[in-house]
Write a protein that binds this ligand. Structure first.
Ligand code: BGC
Length: 767
């Protein structure tokens, strides 16, 4: 290659990298790297024949669990494929998942292709070819056996959604077309291929509304299976869907500097239930082709662990699965608490009509203790705790209640950023429990039934003796991602730990998620793009309420990690659906921390059942908007932080010890999460006992931005703040680190602490 083409290549690389938030790397790198042409063939291990097909088949068989009917009459399913009037932009321009780092390069079927492949004849080919939207007059006359309208919405990293027609709101054409079809077709189904909530109030009377979501590679295949009754939707909403006016706090979002979480712990159903708003489609709700009867067998306890046995009987005509949900309405004696919180859930196996099964669920009452900021403790206030069981947050029966005669402290902790004041009072609605609990079973618990958790706040970062002989500059290099390895990045690897450090032979290869393995430019042995499987978006995965299924999907991901030799998956992402406008909600599971934590744990279990494979749960924490994401301050009370925004991470870590945690871009109460020692050492290490690697979200040191209220995270704060590695970092970060070392602002011990954790994780994942 002559000099000019080398220069051209370098230019192309720089443009590509900067389009992915990666900086113009100009300074000399600590290790010289030979750049390879981005079009060069990368040798892959031989792909096992059909591995991808097996994965696609598995997803096709199970993905209906992600879907649910919001409305349904008896017109579906139909027995045989016939003619279909297929309309809506998403019919051909189907969305498999959102954009940004949560995207995956993968083939997928559109709804048009999927319906044709199971034998449907599409009568609207002309219309689809001409891409004439809205519905033209011609279709007033073209009749078909059934009509389907696909409504799509997309979103992604870097941009939030808007309350505008075409995004959260329906356009006038969409409303007209949908209502027209609903009126004129006995068998009409509105299919929602959306990234998140859309205000459906103008079409809420439509007889059949299927929330199919965005199901990755098999998105288009599922629809035909559902219409023909070969698959039965069995999902439930993991986030409330309602009309825009119901979201009282929707505008407490998207500030450029400080976003005030003034709704406090009243997020999603916790808000709607507490203030008496009846949502269009409540949390936990979803219809399938069949119906179930849920009845109580027993309610018992072993100390503070409550066990519930139920009988679930299929009383409809189709085989199907049901989700049993347990909610607790806590005592409102002292400080108020949400009307109810989900404390346990379980999905049944497939049950045939007239058959029934027994199912065991359990929870610990302390899981809904209130965090008292003044006492820095979790407290169960004395009074009654009502146990509700059902198949939706709005459809439960009272199975009994727990009585506490005194206040019980369940954990004594330390506040984070102690003394921090948000400058506002959290929303504090008056909650009235009107339930009659006289004739229901009572469980009386006393202090002796609870174990008080006390935390030892003495975490000492380990120093690995293998690193004692490594020189400072190499240790510094280990504390930053391998910013110099441009060739592998172009292959779509999310990042690497430092390669070529003398004395350390291994490193970690990371690929992005959560919608599968993001390997953008991989070429297979025949020089064509190698595709990984796109799994359903996280919101759709959560809708399964099926942790066993998610474990299997984790296993699927890890078997692709095996093929590409990726050690760390940069997923799952479990930020809370605080606001329906967050552009990355599709990457996240739910508005509820229990669901988020359990789903992240299940995926982790699946991935980590493979040797040398690990997950990276992200983004710790309160990364709930894309507007000014690098330096926006999520401002909230400690109670809100603990009860809502940390809880899912805690569950995932305590259940499964993921290999890594990724901090978030945003600040939390005035301090970057990635630089916050209270959060990373006191909470993550000491309180949760996390053993793995803590890494930053993707950034590099940048020039000071004039006029910004908050700076972005930086290498100095990251190394000092209990984080272990700045990803991916740059040679500028490396120079900063070396300078801070010579100024004695960073010590060799600081580097040894971080580098030891990086090194130990490398060794753990390269056995
Ligand atoms: C995203 C992370 C992602 C990382 C690496 C960042 O912009 O916030 O979720 O893992 O890029 O691609």
């Amino acid at each position: 290659m002559n000099n000019i083409s080398k220069l051209l290549l370098k230019l192309i690389i720089i443009v590509l990298l900067s389009s992915y938030n990666i900086y113009n790397v100009t300074k000399k790198m600590p290790y010289e790297k030979k750049l390879i042409s981005p079009s060069a063939k990368i040798e892959l291990p031989e792909l096992k024949d059909g591995y991808n097909k097996k994965h696609l088949n598995f997803l096709r068989e199970s993905a209906a669990e992600c879907t649910l009917f919001l409305n349904k009459n008896e017109e579906f399913p139909i027995n045989n494929p016939g003619s279909v009037l297929l309309l809506g932009y998403g019919a051909r321009n189907t969305i498999k998942g959102g954009t940004g780092s949560g995207d995956v390069v993968s083939k997928f079927t559109t709804f048009e292709e999927g319906l044709e492949s199971v034998g449907f004849k599409i009568t609207t080919k002309n219309w689809l070819n001409q891409e004439k939207y809205p519905l033209s007059k011609e279709h007033n006359t073209v009749k078909a056996d059934i009509a389907i309208y696909v409504l799509s919405r997309n979103s992604g990293e870097g941009m939030d959604r808007e309350i505008s027609k075409g995004d959260v709101l329906l356009t006038d054409e969409e409303i007209n077309d949908i209502l027209f079809l609903n009126k004129n077709y006995k068998k009409f189904m509105l299919v929602l291929n959306t990234c998140g909530v859309v205000d459906l109030s103008p079409v809420s009377k439509v007889s059949n509304i299927l929330l199919i979501s965005q199901l990755g590679s098999v998105v288009g295949d599922i629809l035909g299976d559902i219409i023909l009754g070969k698959s039965n939707p069995s999902g439930k909403l993991a986030t409330t869907w309602t009309k825009i006016e119901d979201y009282t706090f929707i505008y407490e979002f998207g500030d450029n500097d400080d976003t005030n979480y003034i709704e406090g712990v009243y997020v999603g159903y916790r808000f709607f239930n507490s203030v008496g708003i009846k949502p269009l489609y409540p949390f936990g709700f979803g219809k399938s082709y069949t119906l179930f009867d849920i009845s109580k067998i027993s309610l018992t306890n072993a100390k503070d662990k409550i066990n519930i046995k139920v009988k679930v009987k299929n009383i409809g005509k189709f085989p199907g699965k049901e989700v049993i949900q347990v909610y607790v309405s806590p005592s409102q004696n002292n400080e108020n608490k949400p009307y109810q919180s989900l404390v346990s859930f379980k999905k049944t196996p497939n049950i045939n009509p007239s058959d029934g099964i027994e199912l065991d669920l359990s929870f610990k009452l302390k899981s809904i203790a209130r965090y008292d900021v003044k006492k820095a403790s979790y407290i169960l206030d004395k009074g009654n705790y009502i146990i509700r069981v059902g198949n939706s947050s709005e459809d439960t029966k009272i199975y009994g209640y727990i009585e506490l005669d005194e206040d019980i402290t369940t954990e004594i902790l330390k506040n984070i950023n102690s003394g921090y004041s948000t400058g506002f009072k959290d929303f504090n609605p008056k909650i009235i429990l009107k339930d009659e609990i006289k004739n229901v079973q009572k469980i009386k618990l006393t202090k002796n039934d609870f174990e008080l958790k006390k935390v030892d706040y003495n975490y000492e970062a380990n120093i690995n003796k293998d690193l004692l002989k490594i020189k400072d500059s190499d240790l510094a290099y280990l504390c930053i991602g391998d910013f110099s390895d441009i060739d592998e990045r172009l292959s779509g690897i999310g990042g690497l730990t430092a390669k070529n450090v003398k004395g350390i032979k291994n490193y970690i290869r990371m690929a992005d998620g959560p919608a599968g393995l993001r390997l953008t430019n991989y070429l297979d042995n025949k020089n064509s793009q190698a595709y990984t499987t796109a799994i359903p978006i996280a919101t759709a995965l959560a809708q399964t309420f099926n942790t066993d299924l998610l474990e299997k999907i984790g296993d699927l991901i890890a078997s692709e990690m095996d093929i590409y030799n990726i050690q760390l998956w940069l997923a799952p992402a479990l930020n809370i659906h605080r606001n329906i406008l967050c552009g990355r909600n599709f990457e996240y599971f739910s508005e509820d921390p229990l669901i988020s934590g359990k789903m992240a744990a299940a995926l982790t279990r699946g991935v980590q059942s493979h040797k040398n494979r690990g997950t990276t749960i992200k983004h710790l924490t309160a990364n709930n908007q894309e507007t000014k994401k690098y330096n926006n301050n999520s401002n909230m009370s400690e109670r809100t932080l603990r009860e809502i925004y940390l809880k899912g991470f805690q569950i995932a870590i305590e259940d499964t010890q993921p290999s890594a945690v990724m901090t978030s871009y945003n600040l939390l109460n005035g301090m970057h999460t990635s630089e916050n020692k209270d959060l990373l050492i006191n909470v993550v290490r000491n309180e949760w006992n996390f053993k793995g690697l803590i890494m930053s979200d993707w950034s590099m040191s940048e020039l000071n931005e004039l006029g910004e209220k908050y700076r972005k995270q930086n290498i100095f704060g990251i190394i000092k703040g209990g984080n272990n590695i700045m990803m991916p970092g740059s040679d500028i970060d490396y120079s900063i680190l070396i300078n801070k070392l010579s100024e004695k602002l960073i010590t060799r011990d600081d580097l040894l602490h971080c580098a030891s954790k990086v090194y130990e994780t490398i060794e753990l994942l390269n056995k």
